[in-house]
Ligand binder design. Structure first.
Ligand code: DC
Length: 231
């Protein structure tokens, strides 16, 4: 396994991981893999099947049987990739407020994590990948050669998420968005299995006062520096 070409980016909701990861992958010619979409797709599949998010055994069954795939964008509508659930395009459906509200609970179930981690490892181990999530550098691909942890204050992350929603025509009060971010932070970082935290060998970047362009440049510079050093 060529661990030098495995790059992980972890961090809390709306810390900029996906945009930074996508830009980095594009520059390097690597695959971009946003693991959060898998937990979102499981949540959507469960809700559609009438499974209550609190019914752990039923949700785990959904996770083990749903066919979730991530591929290159099939439409030019601002998406970074296309997400397929049982061959249906659910790229935008998994961004609904109902998914935001339930995905942390679903992703805390050990059985759900086992199923998703197995898939993620299989893709990550091939190398030439930028994998983004909460536990990629700590649990999914601890052997990765380059690890980042992006962070920002809850207020700044809520501001980014609120603006993103506005741009998509979704009106939600700022306070509700902030509350949602705080709620998810709490569940993601206190769950028993694979909680959100920076790997001991991760480069931690606080993006609160940085624009996305600066974050991308900084991350890219680190990658070049570390790749040169490894040669
Ligand atoms: O990054 P996101 O907001 O799309 O992630 C959705 C949820 O999935 C988030 O609440 C935490 C969970 N998640 C996880 O537990 N592990 C990952 N590797 C990625 C996401």
């Amino acid at each position: 396994m060529d661990t030098a070409t495995i790059i992980t980016i972890d961090g809390p909701a709306a810390s900029g991981k996906s945009t930074v990861g996508q830009a980095l992958a594009e520059r390097l010619g690597y695959l971009f893999f946003d693991t959060g979409v898998m937990y979102r797709a499981v949540t959507l599949a469960a809700l559609r099947q009438g499974v209550a998010p609190g019914d752990e055994a039923a949700v785990v069954h959904v996770a083990e049987t749903a066919d979730i795939d991530l591929c290159a964008p099939s439409e030019r509508d601002g998406r970074l990739y296309t997400v397929l659930l049982n061959a249906e395009d659910v790229t935008w459906a998994i961004r609904a407020a109902e998914i935001d509200a339930n995905v942390s609970q679903v992703s805390a179930y050990p059985g759900v994590r086992t199923a998703m981690t197995r898939l993620q490892r299989r893709i990550g181990e091939r190398g030439r990948v930028v994998m983004v999530g909460r536990d990629i550098g700590t649990v999914v691909l601890p052997e990765a050669g380059i690890k980042f942890y992006l962070d920002a204050t809850p207020h700044e992350r809520a501001r980014r998420r609120w603006r993103e929603l506005q741009e998509r025509g979704v009106n939600q009060p700022f306070d509700a968005v902030l509350e949602g971010i705080r709620h998810r932070d709490h569940i993601d970082s206190t769950r028993a299995v694979a909680p959100l935290r920076a790997a001991a060998d991760a480069i931690i970047i606080d993006t609160t006062d940085m624009d996305l362009h600066s974050v991308i440049e900084k991350v890219y510079a680190y990658v070049i520096e570390m790749t040169d050093r490894a040669r």
